[in-house]
Design a protein around this ligand. Structure first.
Ligand code: ATP
Length: 754
């Protein structure tokens, strides 16, 4: 890579578009271009243009006060310009500058890299990389990758020589850091630190938000738990209600069904009983009617009475006849002694009386009975009278009244018939009487049955009315239950009625009632909860989770960034240590070369982070954040220079002569250039203070360094011009505009010699 050209337009005295072409490296040597010209022609403006395009921010360094000071301000003959523009073109065909990882998104042709800076009078400015707008930091990173930067030794100005020796140790350190090639890491580190701070800020904010949200989330969580508990209790209560009312409902329904069935049974039973009763009653009626019509018995009785009377009459006739015979016999035998009545006769007569009496037992008719008693009394009186008289002697047949005997025989025959008839009638009567008796007992049995039936009917009626009362009672209970359901839980009515009977039968209604009371009390205790709480809880919880995750991510990011910083610090330290040792060595060598002897070195100044913080005024790219590093570890904060020209013991550079200071600075710059060669360096009259012999030594050093570094040397010095392969002359016309032209070395030398 080498600097191939610079194009300037409207920049300071270069009003017109001016292009300076540089030469590519040849024969293992980088190009050395010398720019010559009279004082005030605008040579240094070229150095300024190079600084400026590389991103120099200090107006002081490019010798201005306002940003528009870099724009051609006009002259008597030429009007001022509206903007200044400088383009620096690098030939990168050898690929020294590698594309950055971040360039993947915007691939760029890296064979030629044109860096442009433009500024307008209104102060608006921009950077372009191969024509595309970029940020300054992109340019800085690119330059860092190319191993040269906007500051310090890329353009070594006239004032820099002194400035380097007079600068603070911290400023010098920054200069050396750039020289050590660690600027790239420091920029990265700086960006990492900025990122770390922003991340810490984010973390802090997230934590603040988290701590703000936490109490609300806790309160919401409690409320949501209550809400969940409420749901749980409500669900339990719902079940309890269904079972409590369902249990009662099913029981009542079942009772009603059972009772209805029983009522129907009783009704059927009642009906059957009534029918049976009615039938029995009718039968009884029939029997009663039959009873009244039954006169067979009295007819038989009458018949018997008639027979009886006839028999009595017959017997009386026979007795009368027999008595008459007897009387006749007695008269016939009046002389005969009394003889008692034969016993058989007495028995026969007594038996006849007994029969009559026996017969009379059944007699109901009082008049007949009276007559009968009189008859019997007569017979008894007759028997007694006869028993008191002696029985007539057995009369001889001659005394028997045969007529009477025949009559008696006839009568007795009739008597036998009559008696047979009487017996027959008596049997009939007995039979009828038996039948009658049977009928009577059947009647009574029927009567009893009727009474029984009546009693049963009565009982059944009682049962029917009892069940009707029970039914009415249960129906009232059902209605009351339904009213209660309608009042308490109308929304569950369908569910209550649909409860499976096996469940309903198993529940303990009383225990459930207790449950319902308990659960309702619990609900009252929980109280009402705003339904919006759930929504707010969800959003708050999500936000909390988000913030929590963010805090974790940020913690992780911070840890990674801190780790990155530590790694960058490690690289920086390592590179710096190596580079500083080499710079120190080369510084001593070039010092000895330029001074023809003597000794010089750079000294590191180290401090702990605590000491650094105490010394906050120091400008440093080093870590200022103590937590990112070990607080006890010392870091490099500055560089001191110690120099002793030959034969002198001077160590404080302040006391060196101007020439000695210039030589020391040149030695240091050359040491840096040799250690970490910059691709190109502009030397703006660095050699101005050197005497002839030192100029020659300086020329030799340039020749040595040119093996690695391309030089653009603004000079009035011959020895320096001799090192150049290409010479440009800068002139300024009356119009105040600088112009560039190629110059032959001889001409330039001749002019320089004047
Ligand atoms: P020396 O050899 O004495 O160092 P030089 O060749 O380096 O001189 P410069 O310092 O580059 O000269 O140029 C200075 C000239 O540039 C001055 O004449 C100054 O007026 C002119 N100049 C500076 N800024 C502007 C500007 N904005 N517009 C016009 N001219 C400017």
């Amino acid at each position: 890579m080498y600097l191939s050209s610079i194009e300037v337009q409207g920049f300071k005295s270069f009003a017109a578009k001016t292009r300076i072409q540089f030469i590519p490296p040849t024969g293992g040597r980088q190009g050395v271009t010398a720019i010559v010209g009279p004082n005030g022609s605008g040579k240094s403006n070229i150095a300024d243009a190079i600084r400026w395009v590389l991103g120099e921010q200090s107006l002081k360094i490019i010798r201005g006060k306002k940003s528009e000071d870099v724009i051609f301000g006009g002259s008597d003959k030429k009007s001022r310009m509206g903007y200044a523009e400088v383009t620096l073109t690098l030939n990168n065909e050898d690929g020294t500058i590698k594309p950055a990882e971040s360039d993947d998104d915007h691939p760029m042709d890296y064979s030629e890299i044109a860096i442009t800076r433009r500024v307008y009078r209104d102060g608006e400015g921009e950077y372009l990389l191969n024509g595309s707008r970029v940020r300054l930091v992109d340019i800085q990173l690119l330059l860092a990758r190319a191993h040269f930067a906007e500051k310090s030794y890329t353009v070594v100005g006239q004032g820099m020589i002194d400035h380097m020796l007079m600068a603070t140790s911290a400023e010098r350190k920054s200069f050396f850091d750039e020289a050590a090639g660690i600027k790239e890491f420091q920029i990265k580190r700086h960006q990492t630190v900025l990122k770390l701070n922003a991340t810490r800020e984010n973390l802090h904010e997230s934590r603040m938000l988290l701590s703000e949200i936490e109490p609300r989330l806790q309160s919401l969580t409690r409320q949501v738990k209550r809400l969940e508990k409420r749901d749980e209790v409500e669900s339990e209560l719902h079940t309890a209600y269904i079972q409590y009312y369902g249990g009662q409902w099913v029981r009542i329904q079942e009772q009603l069904t059972r009772m209805s069935v029983e009522r129907d049974h009783i009704a059927i039973e009642q009906k059957a009983l009534q029918t049976a009763y009615d039938a029995a009653f009718a039968q009884l009626r029939t029997m009663e009617v039959h009873e009244t019509k039954n006169d067979i018995y009295s007819q038989l009785q009458q018949e018997y009475d008639a027979v009886h009377r006839e028999r009595t009459k017959l017997r009386e006739e026979i007795i009368r006849l027999k008595n008459a015979i007897e009387v006749a016999t007695v008269r016939a035998t009046s002389q005969q002694k009394w003889a008692p009545l034969p016993l058989t006769k007495i028995i026969t007569e007594l038996e006849a009386i007994r029969d009559e009496v026996a017969h009379a037992q059944n007699e109901r008719d009082l008049s007949i009975l009276e007559r009968f008693v009189k008859g019997v009394l007569g017979k008894v009186a007759s028997l007694i009278e006869r028993l008191q008289q002696p029985a007539p002697q057995q009369q001889p047949a001659a005394f028997v009244d045969t007529k009477a005997q025949a009559e008696i025989a006839e009568l007795e025959k009739t008597l036998v018939l009559i008696e047979e008839k009487a017996i027959h009638l008596q049997e009939r009567i007995a039979s009828v009487s038996r039948e009658e008796q049977e009928k009577k007992s059947a009647f009574f049995a029927l009567q009893r049955e009727l009474q029984d039936k009546q009693k049963q009917l009565h009982t059944t009626e009682q049962r029917a009315s009892a069940i009707a009362v029970d039914l009415a009672r249960i129906e009232t209970r059902r209605d009351t239950l339904l009213e209660e359901i309608a009042r308490e839980v109308p929304q569950y009515r369908a569910e209550i009625e649909a409860i499976p009977p096996e469940i309903a039968r198993a529940v303990d209604v009383q225990a459930l009632q207790q449950d319902v009371y308990r659960l309702r009390r619990q609900l009252e205790l929980i109280g009402s909860i705003d339904p919006e709480v759930m929504k707010e809880y969800e959003t708050t919880r999500e936000r909390h989770e988000f913030l929590d995750a963010q805090v974790r991510d940020l913690d992780l990011a911070i840890a990674q960034l801190e780790k990155g910083i530590v790694e960058l610090d490690a690289i920086t330290t390592k590179r710096r240590t190596v580079a500083f040792a080499q710079i120190n060595r080369e510084f001593g060598r070039f010092f000895a070369t330029l001074f023809n002897g003597g000794r010089a070195e750079i000294v590191e100044i180290r401090q702990t982070p605590k000491e650094q913080q105490a010394n906050a005024s120091e400008e440093s790219g080093e870590p200022t954040d103590a937590s990112a590093v070990d607080p006890t570890a010392e870091t490099l904060v500055g560089i001191d220079i110690v120099a002793s020209p030959p034969g002198k013991r001077v160590t404080d550079i302040a006391v060196l002569s101007g020439g000695e200071k210039a030589l020391t600075s040149v030695a240091l710059i050359c040491a840096i250039l040799s250690t970490n060669p910059s691709p190109f360096v502009v030397l703006d009259e660095v050699d101005a203070a050197l005497d002839e012999s030192n100029s020659v030594r300086f020329g030799a050093i340039i020749a040595e360094l040119a093996t690695q570094t391309q030089f653009v040397a603004i000079t009035h010095n011959r020895a320096t011009m001799e090192q150049a392969q290409l010479l440009y002359g800068v002139t300024m016309g009356e119009d105040g505009v600088s112009r560039v032209l190629s110059v032959r070395l001889e001409d330039a030398m001749a002019r320089a010699a004047k």
